[in-house]
Design a protein around this ligand. Structure first.
Ligand code: MV4
Length: 464
């Protein structure tokens, strides 16, 4: 007999922007009251406007507000919430914050703090995955101790190799090493970078995969050991480890490969006692082999493409399993229908990728069949310079990939944001790119796309 599930009456959302709104929408549909926290710069934000209560927790810089754990916990205590949803970024993957919530008897909507901690250490995560039978790239079983050890391992693995920070993730603190001569220097630089960025200089080494695709599996687990996967997302269109476009399904996966990656991800989650929503990130090699990269223990920016093709509500499920409910569906109940693409609309110069904060003087949000926009902007909204530049996610769903691309084009054309620069024009060009349309590309796509653009531009100018 299962323990009677605790039902949440009220949830605090420890985030801002579109994801805070996304969580509010889920709570409203579930009859759960919402409390948001906000910085002094976010008084006029939609996550403040649409929550039942909102508390100002500090000055504009996130270190003084959204990352201020005592302030967030105080807001939670004062408003008497049952749980905290951290969204993504900020405190979402802080095992320390999750631990504090556990100690204060406030449910952290995510996995246990010990599991967040395990996955935050990339060396330990690699070990845990290996033990669970997940394929990993040949590399160091422990943090590197000496240069001699690194040389020995690199010879064994074969060049090129990559040095990564144990406390890193998301591509920060990595060094590709192509020859033995570069190894010592790379080790030194990587370790120093890791030390200053994460206060932990531990690094490890792995075989470097030259032209991989980034394919990640969405998993959902309850607190009784049940776990299912919701298929994959392909996030190969990135620039400097910032994703620009995500899609589901991946144009590179067969049904067999999807089921195999899904099985492997689910097995790994069961083995580490994972609960709530999570993402197992893989590198997919050109020959169809895949390797564990890291596990993200939060809801991700790109979760909507999975929601579109499976009809699952990931945020609702996060809340339900955190309440102590059993997963409401089994693997065989998961459906996959059609194709979904997400374009991240950032307040940035689309050529230089420099931030473009400021006043949105006017805007038009597209709609129509198969179009979803997750955003917290409105006409007259001021995009503050203090936070991430993501201001909207434009998501489309259609029967096929070709139809989804056509739908995205049409939606992008009617998406108007005046007063600031955005990545909309870049997305339009990518939708028109033959390589993107073919579906056959790697994580080097964007780099090669810009080379094609300047090359073609040069020819055009030369012929003019
Ligand atoms: C790699 C790799 C090639 N070989 N590891 C970047 C983010 C982090 N999660 C892992 N990353 C990579 N790890 C090995 N052994 C290439 C990348 C990588 C990458 C991965 C996914 C998406 C975009 C990327 C862009 C550059 C490098």
């Amino acid at each position: 007999m299962a323990i009677a599930p605790r039902k949440f009456r009220k949830i605090l959302i420890a985030n801002r922007g579109e994801i805070a709104c996304r969580i509010i929408w889920a709570c409203k549909e579930m009859g759960i009251q919402t409390v948001t926290v906000h910085s002094e710069a976010d008084r006029d934000s939609l996550h403040v406007r649409f929550a039942d209560q909102s508390i100002c927790i500090g000055a504009a810089p996130s270190a003084q507000s959204y990352l201020n754990i005592p302030a967030v916990i105080s807001a939670a205590e004062i408003t008497n919430v049952d749980a905290i949803h951290p969204g993504y970024g900020f405190l979402a993957e802080s095992s320390y914050f999750a631990e504090i919530c556990e100690a204060c008897n406030i449910k952290f909507i995510g996995p246990r703090s010990s599991v967040i901690k395990l996955m935050g250490d990339k060396v330990e995560a690699r070990r845990a995955m290996k033990e669970a039978g997940v394929p990993i790239l040949p590399g160091s079983p422990d943090p590197l101790e000496t240069e001699e050890e690194a040389i020995r391992l690199a010879r064994e693995i074969g060049f090129p190799v990559i040095i990564k920070a144990a406390a890193g993730g998301g591509g920060r603190g990595m060094r590709i090493v192509r020859t033995e001569a570069e190894l010592g220097q790379a080790l030194e630089t990587a370790s120093n970078e890791a030390l200053s960025a994460f206060k932990n200089g531990d690094v490890y080494i792995e075989r470097y995969v030259e032209r991989p695709r980034h394919v990640e599996i969405q998993v959902m687990a309850d607190e009784f050991g049940n776990c299912v996967h919701l298929g994959e997302r392909d996030c190969s269109v990135q620039r400097r480890h910032q994703k620009l476009i995500e899609e589901a399904p991946s144009p590179a996966l067969s049904r067999e490969l999807r089921e195999k990656m899904g099985r492997v991800a689910v097995e790994a989650c069961k083995r580490v006692g994972y609960s709530n929503a999570g993402t197992v990130e893989f590198l997919l090699d050109e020959d169809g082999s895949f390797y564990f990269m890291e596990m993200n223990t939060r809801v991700q920016v790109e979760h909507p493409v999975t929601e579109m093709i499976t009809l699952a509500d990931i945020v609702r499920n996060q809340i339900r399993v955190a309440e102590g409910e059993e997963l409401a569906f089994k693997q065989e109940d998961v459906i996959f229908a059609g194709h979904s693409i997400e374009c991240r609309i950032n307040a940035e110069d689309p050529e230089k990728f420099t931030p473009s904060p400021g006043l949105i003087t006017a805007c038009n949000i597209p709609g129509g069949p198969g179009v979803r926009v997750d955003t917290a902007i409105y006409p007259g909204y001021f995009v503050p310079p203090y936070y991430d530049s993501l201001i909207a996610k434009l998501i489309v769903h259609a029967r096929t990939r070709d139809l989804a691309i056509a739908r995205m084009r049409r939606a992008l054309e009617s998406m108007v944001i005046e007063g600031i620069k955005t990545t909309i024009p870049l997305h339009l060009k990518i939708m028109d790119d033959a390589q993107f349309q073919s579906g056959d590309f790697s994580t080097k796509f964007l780099e090669e796309f810009f080379e094609r653009q300047s090359g073609a531009g040069g020819v055009r100018i030369a012929n003019a």
